[in-house]
Design a protein around this ligand. Sequence first.
Ligand code: ADP
Length: 525
Amino acid sequence: MASLSPQHILHDVFGYNQFRQQQQAIVEHVISGQDALVLMPTGGGKSLCYQIPALAREGLAIVVSPLIALMQDQVEALQQLGVNAAFLNSSLSAEDNARITRQVVSGEIKLLYVAPERLMVGSFLSLLDEVQQHVGLALFAIDEAHCVSQWGHDFRPEYRQLTVLHNRFPDVPRIALTATADAPTRAEIISQLNLDNARQFVSSFDRPNIRYHVGIKNNARQQLQAFLEREHTDDAGIIYCLSRRKVEETAAWLVEKGWPALAYHAGLPAQLREHNQRRFLREEGIIMVATIAFGMGIDKPNVRFVAHLDLPKSMEGYYQETGRAGRDGLPANAWMVYGMGDVVSMRQMLDSGEASEERKRLERLKLDALLGYCESTACRHQSILRYFGESHPGACDQCDNCLHPVETWQATQVAQMALSCVFRTGQRFGAGHLIDVLTGKLTPQVERFNHQQVSTFGIGKTLNQAQWSGVYRQLIAAGFLETDMSGYGGLHLTEAARPVLKGEQEVWLRRDAEPEKKLSKAERS
Ligand code: ADP
């Protein structure tokens, strides 16, 4: 098999005619023996990026993967295609372990999936030495590489020791893959895995087949039922809830209503969790009601919808969770309803957590960015991509805002006040302080900086604190302001704010977030 070209392997082994986007470039790069860092959205086709080089190069390929379920699925899928793949993890009996080890050394196995903790065991490293001598090592693939990031939800400390592989086998190419796009995580992967010289392959994170919808919650269950009846009577989907209790209650309620729903959260017995996950993967049209414990590595291409009954924690979370829909490229829905009550309980949860003050501040900023997205009137595809530093022309015709433009109100004057207050106070304060200045509150901080003297002090008394918060969130989401995520959450103006301040551009904010009654007629017109 070693002499086959990537194109042949793609066709003969995997049954596909064409590479997608950057797959070919990545595959060729790794086959030539060089390191790669691959950032590709969920469903983009990351697996082939290391599976094809594994088959094209001499020797054994090692794939580091964080979840046992994920390994099993991948190995089974490869075996069905006739590829000699196996996994080593704690779920195996001593016998199976010994058998697979023998096959590895004799060169029978081409791809070996292992858990990160296994790699660190001395005996495994000696096994790799032996393999290197006899059959050679084709590559190291590090899947879900964002697990090295200690800021992330999926942090796995063992991932931080993976440089051992490189130190011991410096000539074996490495390919690290992740669907987590944001810049800090990317930087952490590069430094923790020592991938400074790896070529980066960054795909577009757009998911054009996903139709985004974000609505205001009034009766969540009724809204969910209407959505399911209208669009997904026979489809597989995932419904995310924040708490375990809500997962169970929602699943029970759906079953009562005749929907094939199952529950999944970390508090359920392992056996039941596995059973439910298997049913979701194997059977058609199952609805999984789950906390975010469910999802990573779930390779089910035909998930037709992801619904959120509670807000995710951040844009990253929202993107990852909704990204589990439509991996097959066919139309899928990302549907969410949220209410201000959720925001309050979410904030309380963040505040009462164990995390450091610095961490909490960052989490609050991330939640605000997500709220800004919810409230935004702009194209959802565009807003999501902007958050990840990518541009999109807008007008996608695949989101609620483009399909049914929301009612907006003329908020130019209010926006000018908000932006000008940022400017006058030196572009380094967060929304909380800016709102105190606008509404004329003499707080100790206002006095300390002498902000009662700035021209915007007290000019915004027509709106209350909550209304101003909404205005700031929407201005951030629309790209007029940026938050300093590494510091205290200070806001600064972007280039886009200039024409607004100069009176050359109007600003419209969404009507359902519009301040009630308080605005004068002139401001509304
Ligand atoms: P990721 O790991 O990036 O989430 P996968 O590797 O699981 O994505 O691929 C997602 C789906 O796309 C899988 O069903 C896979 O078989 C399919 N796929 C990947 N590459 C191609 C291709 N070149 N042509 C057709 N289907 C592909």
